[in-house]
Ligand binder design. Structure first.
Ligand code: AMP
Ligand code: ZN
Length: 502
């Protein structure tokens, strides 16, 4: 079954069906939805605010797949821009351009490695491609060439090339800014600037001492561009087109990407191709600390490793970051994180209980009696509500509420011996299905348990035999062997019981 969802589109400022009706993915299910996600600027370790954006994007992909679609996600790595250059040459030494390229590579490499490590520990699935800006300079040069040809780009008196925002009539539509006449013609060469500073922005910056540089004539002999380097915004336009095509289904980032980055991407891309760049724009809200956006510049940030060092489970961080609706701001606190850890443990314990009771508890007399089947109803209801919540602007908070309600109802019924074994199986399957979207690695909990169950039963039978033969040393050795695997064995008047306690 394939179901479109209703997803908020920043450009039209309304909920719209996704994938959009004109997406090729709607006509042929084997055609993937094309999705570009602005990735990290690898000048430092990413902070958990950045990871709120990446986890949200991972959720978009996972939810679409759960609803039956296929997705091709591309996430770029910004490895050349003002920040990475500053990091590689903080004192602005007059290093030759070629040497600077080497320095830049050496400076960004450990940050790229750390980014992938963090991505994996948060169980963010890998995108199909992670293009690097430094590997797409020819595409950028050609794109700027098309802008020059179409009359959108001009050379400034500093020798750099700029995009003329007044030439692009839709400039400002995404962010809603109005360009006052006074700002027209004024230029900004920095990669990042505020809305109040909206101006013609740099496409290609002329080489300066101490910066890496490329010769555009190597890629396009007729290019009028000087030796230099790209502006940040053109990087994403070029990489998106190269890996996903001139028009794509969705593009996303955090709220701060709307202006100027995405506004500029639209202007450059549509100015060059004359085609719509992105059908649907999606942006997530900020992770805050004490009510303020978590950001490197404010210094109020936690890197993932800072939080892990305090002993927290990365999957609890994942659960915390995804459990508030993606468009709402989320205030980060360690109290909140503890709450997420508790919720994660609750889901794990529920799954373990299902597995344990399914494999060890015989169908009791009650399970043949009246009033059975209630658990099945609760499970189906949770499945319906979960899928519905995803289609309502990716309402993971509501989807989670449906899961916890199922957990509560089935747990109570388990206490009363009112759950059929096939319902226990259904409940585990449902939970593992939900986890395709949540990504909390619940399958690992269950697998550990599932393998143990058969093994534990054999071992317990062996132990019973040893006890009968009064070989207590052997019986104790088996108990210790199981304890090492996290299996606790208890001899009760009703017989031997065991549970998994890792
Ligand atoms: P940057 O490396 O600064 O380009 O940021 C990478 C991604 O993280 C972008 O999509 C940003 O919009 C996003 N981002 C940065 N800070 C936050 C935050 N506090 N909350 C949510 N997303 C953020
Ligand atoms: Zn970008």
């Amino acid at each position: 079954m394939v179901t479109p969802l209703r997803l908020y589109d920043t450009y039209s400022r309304q909920l719209r069906e996704f994938p959009p009706s004109d997406s090729p993915a709607r006509k042929n299910l084997e055609t993937p939805i094309t999705y570009y996600t602005c990735g990290p600027t690898v000048y430092d370790y990413a902070h958990i605010g950045n990871f709120r954006a990446y986890i949200f994007e991972d959720q978009v992909v996972r939810a679409l797949e759960y609803l039956g679609w296929t997705v091709k996600q591309v996430m770029n790595l910004t490895d050349v821009d003002d920040k990475t250059i500053h990091g590689a040459n903080p004192k602005g030494e007059s290093v030759p351009a070629v040497e600077m390229l080497g320095r830049l590579g050496a400076y960004t490499a450990p940050h790229i490695e750390a980014f992938f490590e963090d991505t994996d520990s948060l169980n963010i699935r890998r995108a199909a491609v992670y293009p690097r800006a430094t590997e797409h300079i020819p595409e950028m040069v050609r794109l700027i060439g098309a802008l020059i040809e179409n009359g959108y780009a001009y050379e400034g008196d500093d020798g750099s090339w700029y995009f003329s925002i007044k030439k692009f009539s839709r400039y400002g539509y995404l962010s809603g800014i109005k360009i006052e006449d006074v700002r027209l013609g004024a230029r900004v060469s920095a990669d990042e600037y505020e809305k109040e500073d909206a101006r013609d922005f740099a496409l290609w910056k002329k080489a300066r001492p101490g910066e890496p540089a490329w010769d555009p004539k190597e890629f396009d002999s007729g290019s009028p561009l000087p030796v230099g380097r790209p502006g940040w915004h053109i990087e994403c336009s070029a990489m998106s087109m190269k890996h996903l095509g001139e028009t794509i289904d969705a593009h996303s980032g955090g709220h701060d990407n709307i202006f100027p980055h995405h506004e500029n991407e639209i202007a450059q891309s549509e100015g060059a191709t004359g085609k719509r760049f992105v059908r649907h724009w999606i942006h997530c809200g900020y992770l805050l600390v004490d009510g303020e956006k978590m950001s490197k510049s404010k210094g109020n940030y936690f890197r993932l490793r800072d939080v892990l060092q305090r002993g927290y489970n990365p999957l609890a961080i994942r659960l915390l970051l995804l459990s508030t609706h993606y468009r709402k701001p989320l205030n980060f606190t360690f109290e909140g994180l503890k709450g997420a850890e508790k919720n994660l443990k609750q889901l794990q314990a529920f799954l373990r209980r299902l597995e344990r009771e399914r494999t060890t508890v015989a169908e009791g007399p009650k399970s043949l009696g009246i009033g059975m089947g209630g658990a099945g109803v609760a499970i189906n209801q949770a499945k319906d509500e979960f899928a519905k919540a995803l289609t309502e602007d990716l309402n993971i908070a509501k989807a989670l509420a449906a899961i916890f309600e199922m957990t509560r109802v089935v747990n109570t019924m388990l206490d009363d011996g009112m759950v059929l074994q096939e319902e226990m199986e259904q409940a585990s399957e449902a939970l593992l299905g939900f986890d395709h979207v949540l990504g909390l690695k619940l399958d690992e909990v269950r697998e550990g348990e599932g393998v143990d169950a058969a093994f534990v039963e054999t071992k317990l039978a062996e132990r019973a035999k040893a006890k009968k033969a009064k070989d207590y040393a052997r019986a104790d050795a088996i108990r210790d062997e199981l304890a090492a695997l996290g299996v606790i064995v208890e001899d009760t008047p009703q017989g031997t019981k065991w549970f998994y306690a890792k």
